[in-house]
Design a protein around this ligand. Structure first.
Ligand SMILES: Cc1cc2nc3c(=O)[nH]c(=O)nc-3n(C[C@H](O)[C@H](O)[C@H](O)COP(=O)(O)OP(=O)(O)OC[C@H]3O[C@@H](n4cnc5c(N)ncnc54)[C@H](O)[C@@H]3O)c2cc1C
Length: 480
């Protein structure tokens, strides 16, 4: 299905453009706008009935830093180096250094590109839980645990979650604004058109073959093709092979078109993939923030994370390393029903009862709570470094909030994909750029590798999408 078609087998092309963009989410719209701005005749092919993709469903937090006008106006110092230090820890290990440096150094410029294209960001900071978009039009939040362990120790804490002036989840607004910008250009957009394979002339990608309304369409790309077709979270076979943990999660996030096709059609022309087992998993324990004052234990009755960490860090820990087993222990002071309705599954008067209820070793659980309470009463957490304001000894009766994967929300999507360089060129197993082929967004492995921060997916889709579009347009000059 994804095998490439040799150009020699194509009698005539139905369409011709300088740059062809496959998929119109955040990475695709960025690629298309940049290609047009570089002077390329641009054709966008989108499988769905309209552009938007998963990006339009998102919270709309964009991870920007290094001293953006919003950060400065809100009184936060940041530099590209500081941002890179934080992201290397939060999104790693194994973050691509070349991409990371380019991304951080170009972040302020990306902010201005977004505002030049019509997005507005209020110069206001909202103190919310990491990973949650503000419930109003505020422009800036901590979105990845920058002010918590371990991020706060590797870099000076600075909030970088930029939220456009839009009440609540702003992904739809970002896409509306950028799609309207694209609409004002000469770019051609064909919707309900699914790209199925690449067309190659020798080792060079020269076009795509798509299907629209049962009819095959062959489109020639004089410069290059940019694959921005999303990830593979809705392809069960690929998930089973690369990220089997996600089969247990009850909330795969994305659209049906996150079927990995962009990845597979590139693999079929020799593209390498990287970090295919990487995923994001958010377990929305907070808000409310106060629940961070509880204690999370695994199936062995042991703590494994600071409870005030970014919810994505807790989620990845739970699913990737604790086999989806965890319990949040709270007392009457700490307990609240959380925003997504998580409630105490049981209440215990003693630690023995508690251990029996959740079937963890009673002695281990008693030791965990004893050490935690003793240190918490002194405002310390020497094992996991929770912030002092989130520490308090827990006193019976103790409530248990069930964090097992079968019982609560595990919102997941894939992070692995095509191996690309910092300019969005798709690489082969030998690390050579495949002529005429570029990619960005969740079709690729981006900044987030083993960890995640809210806003990084839209941000790296924008950043490398622009670069992929520009490189495809530059290819045109190279081939002219
Ligand atoms: C509820 C929710 C909240 C989120 N919040 C945030 C957030 O606040 N910040 C953040 O950074 N990330 C967030 N994310 C994650 C983020 O939205 C996605 O990772 C990101 O939007 C992916 O962008 P993309 O351009 O790679 O893919 P998409 O936006 O999915 O775009 C891919 C496009 O390609 C099309 N396509 C697929 N296959 C083909 C084909 N063969 N031919 C033609 N077209 C094709 C699709 O239809 C789609 O339109 C959130 C996700 C969800 C679901």
């Amino acid at each position: 299905m994804s095998r490439p078609r040799p150009a020699a087998d194509v009698d005539a092309y139905d369409l011709t453009a300088d740059v062809i963009v496959v998929g119109l989410g955040i990475a695709g719209v960025a690629a298309a706008l940049e290609a047009v701005e570089a002077g390329a005749d641009t054709l966008v092919l989108e499988a769905a009935a309209a552009g938007g993709g998963t990006s339009a469903l998102s919270g709309g937090i964009v991870y920007l830093g290094g001293g953006t006008p919003v950060q400065e106006a809100c009184g936060f110092d940041d530099t590209a180096e500081n941002m890179a230090r934080f992201l290397a820890e939060a999104c790693g290990p194994g973050v691509d250094r070349g991409k990371l440096e380019a991304f951080c150094e170009g972040s302020v410029e990306l902010y201005h590109w977004l505002t030049d294209h019509g997005l507005e960001f209020e110069h206001t900071f909202y103190a919310t839980t990491a990973g949650r978009e503000p419930p109003d039009t505020s422009g800036l939040i901590y979105s990845g645990g920058e002010d918590a362990h371990p991020g706060a120790e590797v870099a000076t804490p600075a909030p970088r979650g930029h939220h456009p002036r839009y009440p609540d989840a702003a992904g739809v607004h970002i896409m509306d604004v950028l799609l309207a910008e694209l609409d004002r250009t000469a770019a051609r957009v064909l919707t309900s058109t699914t790209v199925e394979r690449l067309i190659v002339d020798g080792h060079r990608v020269v076009g795509v073959e798509a299907r629209a309304g049962g009819k095959a369409i062959r489109a020639e790309a004089r410069g290059g093709v940019a694959l921005t077709a999303g990830g593979f979270v809705f392809n069960d076979d690929m998930v089973a092979r690369h990220t089997p943990e996600l089969l247990r999660a009850n909330l795969r996030i994305g659209t049906d078109h996150d079927d990995g096709r962009g990845i597979r059609m590139a693999q079929a022309v020799g593209a390498a993939t990287i970090n295919m087992s990487a995923f994001e998993c958010a377990v929305p324990i907070t808000p409310p923030l106060g629940l961070m004052r509880g204690v999370i234990v695994n199936a062995r009755g042991l703590r494994f994370v600071n409870e005030d960490a970014y919810t994505g860090r807790i989620g990845i820990e739970l699913l990737a390393r604790q086999d989806g087993e965890g319990y949040l222990i709270v007392d009457e002071d700490v307990y609240e029903v959380n925003l997504v309705g998580m409630q105490a599954m049981a209440v215990a008067e003693t630690i023995e009862e508690l251990a029996e209820e959740i079937r963890v070793p009673a002695d281990a659980l008693a030791a965990t709570l004893d050490v935690y309470n003793r240190n918490a009463s002194e405002g310390r957490d020497p094992l996991f470094h929770k912030r002092p304001e989130m520490l308090k000894p827990l006193a019976p009766p103790l409530g248990i909030i069930d964090l097992r994967v079968e019982s609560t929300f595990y919102a997941v999507f894939t992070l692995g994909g095509l191996w690309t360089d910092a300019d969005g060129a798709v690489l082969s197993e030998d690390g050579e750029a495949i002529a005429g082929l570029h990619a960005a967004g969740r079709t690729t492995s981006g900044i987030a590798v083993r960890g995640y921060v809210s806003g990084i997916s839209l941000a790296d889709g924008l950043f490398f999408g622009r670069r992929a579009g520009r490189s495809a347009a530059i290819d045109l000059a190279g081939t002219a």
